[in-house]
Write a protein that binds this ligand. Sequence first.
Ligand code: GLC
Length: 765
Amino acid sequence: MINENWESEFKTRLLEHYDEMKWLYTELYNDPHAFDYFCEMLHQYYAERSDLLKEWDEARIAVPNWYQGNEMLGMLMYVKQFAGNLKGVKEHLDYIQECGVNYLHLMPLLESPAGRSDGGYAVSNFRKVQPELGTMEDLSDLATECHKKGMSVCLDFVMNHTSEDHEWAKRARAGEKEYQDRYFFFDNWNIPNEFEKTVPQVFPTTAPGNFSWCEEAHKVVMTTFYPYQWDLNYNNPTVFNDMTANMLNLCNHGVDIVRLDAVPYIWKKLGTPCRNLPEVHTLVRLMRMAAEVVCPGTLLLGEVVMEPSKVVPYFGSVEKPECHMLYNVTTMASTWHTVATRDVRLLKHQLGTVFALPKQYTFLNYLRCHDDIGWGLDYDFLGQFGTNEVQHKKFLNDYFTGKLWESNGRGELYNDDPTLGDARLCGTTASLCGIEAAVYEKNDWKLNMSLELDEMLHAFLFTQSGIPVLYSGDEIGQLNDYSYHDDPLKWDDSRYLHRGDLNWDHVAMRNDMNTRQGRLFHALRKLEKIRAAHPVFESDADAWVVETYNDHVLGIGRYYDNEKLIALFNFSEDEQVAWINEDEDYIDLMTGLQRDAKGVNLAGHSFAWLLHSYREKEYNTEAPTPIEKKTKSVDKSSTKAMPEEKKTEVKAEAKPAEKKAEVKAETKPAEKKAEVKAETKPAEKKTEVKAEAKPVEKKTEVKAEAKPAEKMAEVKAETKPVEKKAAVKPAAKKAQPAKKTTRKPAAKKTRKTTKKATTKKATTK
Ligand code: GLC
C-alpha cells in the first residue's frame, strides 16, 4: 500500500520497486498485512534518515559505481583491538588515512554477552553498541568523521541468528509462543535428527551439531553456529520485517556498507543442506530494494564463504541485483595453497574463472580476515594432478603450522575434525609468511625472505580487480597473539590467535626503515600509491592470465585506458624466469626503469609490475613516472628497490608536514602545486617533488570524467561546500594511542544450552 501523503522522493523510489517487491514478498509470505507493515516501516526509516545522509545518498546515486575505483582501499578491524573503543578509533582516523584507507570495516560492535559472543557475532541487542565500546551516538559520530575524510564505513549485520540473550530469545525461553515462532523450536529430537542427515556442520569441534537443547523451554532449538546463537526463522514475516528495520537503523547511523553475515544460511528447509536456498536470494533481493528505497547510498556486502559456483549468484542479475560486493574467498584460499606448494596452476585456474566474470561484479580481495582459512579449494581441478583432498588439507595445515622442515609458517589449527581431516587454519599474514619464525630465530636471511613473501602477496592482492582489504595490523606485519590461550573466554577458539590488540609501539616504528614494521609499511604504501595512480588497476580493466611457462610464476595481464600491465609473481624462494615475450616497451613500476617483458628474471619471492603506456607521447614529453624519478640512481639491473633508495624515500615521507601535504595532494591536484611551492629546502628534493606532481595532475585531468570516487566528491562538494573543505583538511595527529581497556579474564560460563554432537561433514567456512 502506498500512502499518498508520503514524500514524493520516497514514493518515487518505492514505486520503482513496488511491483517486484510485492511479488517477491507475497511469494514468500502471502501476507498482505505484513507487506503493508513492511512498506510503512520503510517509510519510517526514510523519514528518520538525516539530511546529511540523504545528501550522501544523492551524491552516490549520481555516481553509482563510486566504490569500484582503483583508489579504493579497505581495512578490517576490531574496534577494541585497534583503539579500545569507538572514540579511540575516531582519534586514530589520521593513522587509518595515513595507511591510504578509505573504506573502514568495523567488526561487530553491537551488544553481545561476554564469553558467549563469538567475537561479537551473537548479538543481544541490534540497537545498542557494546557499552565498553561506546554508544550508538559514538557510532554516528565516527561515521560522520569518516565521511568528512572521504571514508566509507562498513559494519556487520548478523542476520542469521541472535544471541540467546536477545529479548526475543528470552521471551521464547520463557515459553511465549509468539517468540518461539521467531526461531526454530522443536518438542523433541525427531525433526532435528532429520535435519542433521542433510545439514553440514560449521563448527564440528567447537560446537558440533546444528541443534541445542533448551532446558528452560524444554525444547530443542536450531543453533547452526554456537549453541548460544539461535537461528532466526525467516519463514516468519515478522522476523524479516524487524530484522530489515534493524539493518536500516544501522544505515541511519551512518553505516555505508552492510556486511550480510552468514547470509547463505538464512533459510532452512528439511531435507536440504540449509545453505544457498532460492529463498535466500529472494530475501537478499528484498533487502537490496529496501536499501535502495530508504538509503540508496548503501552497499550490501555478502559474506558467502562457499565454492565459486555458490558465491556468484549472490550478485543477482543486472536487472535484479542482490549484493553489490562479495568476498573473493576462493582466490584467498588458493593463494595460501600456492604459498605452500609454490605451484601456481590452481591459482591460474581460479583467476581464469574470476576474470571471466562480468566486470560489474565487485569482489573484496583479502589475504587474511578475522576468520580462519578454510581449505575450500577446487579439488576436482587438483585431482588431475593426483592431489587427494584429505591428504592435501593435512599437508597445507602441517605446512602452515610449521610441522614440515621447509616451512616457516606459524599458524594454529581451527576446528580440527579428525574424522574428516578437515581442519582449518588461523594466524596473521606475517606469521604465516614466516616473519614470526625468523624474528624468534633472529635469522635475518629468513626475515628478509619472509618479508619479501609478505610484500609479494600484497602486490598480488593489489593486482586483482575489486577492493583490496587489509586486516588491521598487517600493514606493520603484526604477529600472532598467543595470549588468548590464557583467557578462558577465548581459549577454545583459535581465531583469537589473529585477533590481537594492535601494537602501537610497533606502529610508531613505521617510519624507521631499519625495522620490519617500517619496511612493510612503506612497501605497502608504495604499492597502494602506484595502484591508485594507474588506471590499469581500475576494477573494470580487462584482466587475463599470462602464460609464463613456469609453474612457480604467476602472470597476470591487465589493460585499461591505454595502459597495459604485465604482473609477475614468483611464489618460489628461488630465482625463476617468466618465459613471456611481450613486444611493447615496459617500465618497471617499482623502480621506474625500463625493463623488457621477455624472459623476465625474478628473484625468489619477488614480483614485477611492468607497465606499457600507449600514450607514449605523454610519458616522453612530460615527465618520467614518480617512481622512475625517485629511483634514477638505482642499479639498472636490479629488480628490487635498493635499501639506500628506500631510506631516502622514507625520510622524505617521514616529515609530518610533508606527509600532510601529501595526503592533500592525493585528494586535490591544486594542492599538489602548493606542496611544490612549500618545498623550498634541498634543490634536489624540490625537483623530485615537481616531477612527482606532474603525472598526478595529469592523471586527474585525464581521468576527471572516469573516476567515480572523485566524481562523487565533486557532486558532494556542490551540495555541501563546508563539508568538502573539512574533508581535505588534515586533522591534527594524536601522538598517543587511546588507552586500551584491559581484559578481565572471567570464569568460563556454563552453557545454558547444550549442543548435540553429530558427525556431519563440515562446511568450507
Ligand atoms: C561469520 C563470521 C564469523 C562468525 C559467523 C557466525 O562467518 O565471519 O566470525 O563466527 O559468521 O556469525
